[in-house]
Design a protein around this ligand. Sequence first.
Ligand code: ARG
Ligand code: ZN
Length: 481
Amino acid sequence: ALTVTTAGTVTTGAPGQAALTGWGRPAPVSVSPTPGSPGIGDSYFPDYGNGGYDVDHYDVRLRYEPATDRLSGTTTILATATQDLSRFNLDFALDVESVRVNGWPATFAREGDHELAVTAPRPIVKGQSLTVVVKYAGIPSRTKVYGYTGWTRTADGALGVNEPESAWWWFPSNDHPLDKATFDISVSVPTGVEVISNGVQPRAPLAEAGNRTRWSWRSVKPGATYQAFIAIGQYDIVTDTAPNGQPVVNAYSTTLGERGPAARASIERTAEVVDWESGVFGPYPFEAQGGVAGPIDGIGFALETQTRPVYGPGFWRRGSNPYVIVHENAHQWFGDSVSVADWSQIWLNEGFASYAEWLWSEEQGEGTAQELFDFTYAGYPADSDFWQVLPGDPGASRVFDDAVYDRGAMALHQIRLAVGDDAFFRILPAWTAAHAHGNGTIAQFQALAEQISGQDLDQVFTTWLFTAGRPEPAAAARSTL
Ligand code: ARG
Ligand code: ZN
């Protein structure tokens, strides 16, 4: 590592500006800059995210050609160094043209298929502000990371929507939920194409030269990088105002054909669902609401993209589906506002969003949570592999296993039976309040549940989240209806 001991050589400001540490006087510092870690320390995905800096804001300014899937543009990252840095990594897979750090041209090198190592043109001091400007271009649908692409090219556009990795196909980032940031996302497309993203539109779509239109979206509450999305294509956009006064923006792909009405009948209930969930989970954490009905040739899943989930066409196959609306919007609290600190703890997202569906069923009179517990439990024979996957630690290749969702919901029902309804429905909003716009762990959730209920919950957590095999459920509580 380079050690700089001569105060005058530590230049941390932009060219022509006073050094951050000096303001004209010699900086009394001894800088020993070292490289930031190429991973943030996730136990399942050790190379996801990076160390040495913390991002505050991403300004993602793009240009997209639906005819060729060519994506180009500039992302400006506003960050703060968390150590003295000689170099740092960004997670990114497209081809990079240039990188600047605080105005200085930086050298950069690709390491593997999704790491971009940036060597700081001057040593960076812990606590210093960093402005990193990355110019790039590429064809995301042809850019493979670990042998696949999470970018979906469609007949009329594309979807930048995936979990747990999505960002590196369209913007450079510190790609882990431990580093949340606000976003400005703007995309120029041929006029007549729509672009939908998170949050609100700070301005109306703007005409540009060459018969193009630039769409702008803004997220003012911090979000994880996998929560950022873009949907590009032919969409009908419908705006409204939610019961809490917030803007609702729903977008419906025009490619859905006979599934279109079911998509609308489902997504149009978003504000109603969010209103009900706010009563159970605590105040809605974000600034806008809505949903995107993705195209017929798009994704085979739904994703809780912040403020505005994106739904694949499969959810409308058998008619309207309020349960997926309940699930994805429950994630706005469980996953988006309170995010995992480590991907091994995905139960905090999927178990809770799945249990929200049971609570909705109970509320709607379509079956109590206990009935859904019994039905789901009976659906998996004791010798099924299902019972071998631990919802509290499913393994990196099984973060979306049925066990995380179904046994995960069963675990919450068992916790509810253990603490009683009164405590359970105080624990949920206390959890979302305690970790709003941050991260939470299973241990923290257990501690909070124990504190509120006054009970030792070690056995129910261990049995239902961390033990292989089919457990014996507790006797059903008296009906609360
Ligand atoms: N979090 C999503 C859900 O609500 C699951 C996403 C699965 N991702 C994927 N690439 N299949 O269920
Ligand atoms: Zn989910």
